[in-house]
Design a protein around this ligand. Structure first.
Ligand SMILES: Nc1nc2c(ncn2[C@@H]2O[C@H](COP(=O)(O)OP(=O)(O)OP(=O)(O)O)[C@@H](O)[C@H]2O)c(=O)[nH]1
Ligand SMILES: [Mg+2]
Length: 306
C-alpha cells in the first residue's frame, strides 16, 4: 500500500448496543467470522467489553460488543458494573449499532435505552437500527415489525437524520440473521460507508484486542453456562493459562473457580460426564479459534468469595 492509499484509510469504532439477549455477541462473531465471544440463551451473558477488529481493504471496523443495556430498576450489582462498560462503549463510538430482537418487539423499552445512548454522546452520533433474529419470523410478520419500528423512529425522533440504513432499504430498518449470516454483509457495507477517515489503529491481521487466554476463558465459560443452565452463577471465575504451544497443537490449563461446594458436583456431573462434555465442547470452540488442535485440562477449585 502506498502513501496516497494510506491517506484514504478509514477506521471507525462501532458500539454494538441493545437490551440483554438481543443477539449482540452473535453478530460480532458473524462479523469476525470466528467465535471470539460467548453467547447463550441466558440474558446478560456478556459482562466485559470485547473488541472485534475487522479489516477490509482500506477500512478497519472496531466493533465493541457490550453487556446488554438494562432499565435502571433491573440492575443488579454485577450488571451495574457491566453497564459501565456499555456506557464507555457509547462514549467512544463513531457509530452506534442498536439491536432490537425482532421476535419480541417491545419498543417502549428500547426508546428509553436508545434515548439515553443518544443523550450520552456530546456530538451527534450515527445510529444504525438493526432488527435481529430475522430467521425466526415469517416474512410478512417481519415486514410488519420493520414498518412498526420505522414508524416508532419517525414518531420519537422526527429529525432522525442521524439514523442510517442501507440505500436500497427504502424507509425500513435493516433486519438480519446473525445466526444464519443473512444480511450481515449488507450491514458491513453500510458500516464501511459510514466509517470516518482515520489511520488504522490495529494491524490488519488482528481480530481482537483481547489475549488468546482471555478468549479461551470466554469460550469455556460459554460451555459451562450452556451445560449447567441456571444452576451455576455468572460469578464463576475461569482462569486459563497456556501450558505449551507446539506446531499444530496447543495445550491449555483451566481452573474453574467456584464459591459453593455444591457447585462442584453440578459441574463434574455423574461419573464426570458433565465436565467431560464441557471439555470436549470447549475444545471444539477453541480449535476453531486457534485454527489448530487444542488439548484442554480442566480443574474445579473451591475459592473464597471475593
Ligand atoms: N434464531 C436466532 N437466534 C439468535 C440470533 N442471534 C442470536 N440468537 C440467539 O439469541 C441468544 C442471545 O444471543 P447473544 O448473542 O448471546 O445475545 P447478547 O445480546 O450478546 O446477550 P447479552 O450478552 O446477554 O446481552 C442466543 O441463544 C443466540 O443463539 C439469530 O440471528 N437468530
Ligand atoms: Mg453478549
Amino acid at each position: 500500500m502506498n502513501e496516497t492509499q494510506k491517506d484514504h484509510r478509514k477506521c471507525g469504532t462501532i458500539g454494538i448496543l441493545g437490551r440483554p439477549n438481543a443477539g449482540k455477541s452473535t453478530l460480532l462473531n458473524a462479523f469476525i467470522g470466528r467465535k471470539i465471544v460467548g453467547i447463550s440463551r441466558k440474558p446478560e451473558t456478556t459482562s466485559h467489553r470485547i473488541l472485534g477488529v475487522l479489516t477490509e481493504g482500506n477500512t478497519q471496523l472496531l466493533l465493541l460488543d457490550t453487556p446488554g443495556l438494562l432499565p435502571e430498576q433491573q440492575k443488579s450489582l454485577r450488571s451495574r458494573r457491566s453497564q459501565g462498560h456499555a456506557g464507555t462503549a457509547t462514549m467512544d463510538a463513531d457509530i452506534i449499532l442498536y439491536l432490537i430482537d425482532a421476535r419480541n418487539l417491545d419498543l417502549t423499552k428500547d426508546i428509553k435505552t436508545l434515548q439515553k445512548v443518544i443523550d450520552k454522546k456530546k456530538q451527534q452520533v450515527k445510529v444504525v437500527i438493526v432488527l435481529s433474529k430475522a430467521d425466526t419470523l415469517k416474512n410478512h410478520i417481519l415486514m410488519t415489525r420493520a414498518q412498526q419500528t420505522h414508524e416508532w423512529l419517525r414518531d420519537h425522533w422526527p429529525d432522525h437524520h442521524h439514523f442510517y440504513q442501507p440505500p436500497h432499504q427504502k424507509s425500513l430498518p435493516i433486519f438480519l440473521s446473525a445466526k444464519q449470516k443473512q444480511s450481515v454483509q449488507q450491514l458491513k457495507e453500510l458500516l464501511i460507508t459510514l466509517a470516518p477517515t482515520h489511520p488504522f489503529l490495529f494491524s490488519p491481521d488482528t481480530i481482537t484486542d483481547k489475549s488468546d487466554t482471555f478468549i479461551a476463558a470466554e469460550l469455556i465459560t460459554e460451555q459451562i453456562f450452556r451445560h449447567t443452565g441456571a444452576e451455576i452463577p455468572y460469578q464463576t471465575h475461569i482462569e486459563v493459562s497456556e501450558r505449551n504451544r507446539k506446531p499444530g497443537i496447543i495445550t491449555l490449563d483451566c481452573t474453574i473457580g467456584i464459591t459453593k461446594k455444591s457447585h462442584k458436583g453440578i459441574i463434574l456431573g455423574q461419573h464426570g460426564d458433565m465436565i467431560k462434555s464441557i471439555r470436549e465442547k470447549s475444545e471444539e470452540g477453541l480449535q476453531n479459534y486457534f485454527k489448530c488442535r487444542v488439548k484442554l485440562h480442566l480443574w474445579v477449585k473451591l475459592i473464597k468469595q471475593g
